[in-house]
Design a binder for this molecule. Structure first.
Ligand code: PEP
Ligand code: MN
Length: 346
């Protein structure tokens, strides 16, 4: 349930509503909009009569949130969520460009890639150190050694780092190093992991499960939000369909569908959604045209010798060209691509 306060409601009136919600045993989620305060009473609220709140002073109206994902829904939070990540803001007018290798493979590989993607205009560096590989015999990632290299890359370039967390046992290590926690497609419904992340204040990039519906993705986001962590970024990374011409099928529909259902930022991962470097750029452009707030893209200095996902990885040159092309689309749809030089000048 959502209690919408009058524009001139006093802090005491807001407090009285909060107290009432607490006394019923529901949890309180405050959304301080530009014009007014909305207070969410979240929990088993469907049988609760609305007039219990309507009569309180300072309350303008009380509405039920009909979607099962309460805190993630646009009903609860009509404006886009925009939040800062070391060095940029996601969800606003500017596009977020996250780029880097699938896996951190060596110090020189991540440093070289970090400088190249920064030069091309990226605002954040990606790189996996715990890799969810289909085969236990494939490269599994460098673990903490990889985090050390990423930290050095951040220190040299100023780019915040986005790294996948595979299990809740990695949380302390990850919190020490990373700027954005990535939850991969295979873990989208690992509710224990989501709850642990919800209890932190780290921004999260939550990838859609490859066989999960949009609603299931939003319910997973709700696990994180209901723990008190509001900085959730959703990522469409392709789903499994009958089509075998590409690794996955980019559900481009999901971009505007998510933007209509939720206030959370939405990014597209055309690397995993196509699985083929030749198709990454066109699908990246489609994503921006469809309204995505950003892109996460795999870039490797030598894709042919990458230890994971080489086939879908762009060379730094191809990535720079993608950013240039994306810029034209962004301008056409009234968004901005920040290049590194623009960022340095404020
Ligand atoms: C990745 O980003 O390298 C990755 C493993 O992604 P996904 O979880 O989408 O497969
Ligand atoms: Mn990958």
């Amino acid at each position: 349930m959502m209690i919408i306060m009058k524009a001139n409601a006093t802090p005491q009136e807001v407090d009285a509503v909060i107290e009432k919600i607490n006394s019923i045993g529901l949890s309180v989620h405050l959304s301080q909009g530009i014009e007014r305060t909305i207070i969410g009473a979240i929990g088993e609220a469907h049988n609760l009569p609305k007039d219990q709140f309507e009569v309180l002073s300072g309350v303008e109206t009380v509405r039920r949130i009909t979607q099962p994902f309460k805190l993630a829904s646009r009903q609860f939070h009509p404006e886009n969520s925009v939040f800062p990540i070391d060095g940029f803001r996601i969800g606003g007018q500017e596009l977020t460009l996250i780029a880097g290798p699938c896996s951190v493979e060596s110090r020189s590989q991540i440093l070289e890639t970090a400088h190249a993607v920064k030069e091309a205009g990226a605002n954040a560096l990606r790189g996996g150190v715990f890799k969810p590989r289909t085969s236990p015999y494939s490269f599994q990632g460098l673990g903490e050694e990889g985090l050390e290299y990423l930290a050095e890359a951040r220190q040299q370039t100023g780019l915040p780092i986005v790294v996948e967390i595979m299990s809740q046992v990695q949380i302390d290590l990850m919190l020490e190093y990373v700027d954005v926690l990535q939850v991969g497609t295979r873990n989208m419904q690992n509710y224990n992991l989501l709850s642990v992340i919800g209890s932190t204040q780290k921004p999260v990039l939550l990838k859609r499960g490859f066989s999960a519906s949009v609603q299931e993705l939003l319910m997973s986001a709700e696990y994180i939000l209901s723990g008190g962590n509001k900085q959730v970024i959703l990522c469409e990374r392709g789903i499994r369909t009958f089509e075998t011409a590409t690794r996955n099928t980019t559900d481009i529909n999901a971009v505007p569908v998510l933007k209509s259902l939720t206030h959370l930022p939405v990014v597209l991962d055309p690397s995993h959604s196509t699985g083929n470097a030749d198709f990454v750029s066109p699908i990246a452009r489609a994503g921006i045209a469809a309204g995505a707030d950003g892109l996460i893209i795999e870039v490797h200095p030598d894709p042919a010798h990458a230890l994971s996902d080489g086939r879908q990885s762009l060379t730094p040159e191809a990535y720079a060209s993608l950013v240039r092309q994306t810029k034209a689309i962004a301008e056409a749809v009234d968004r901005r691509v920040l290049t590194s030089s623009v960022m340095e000048h404020g």
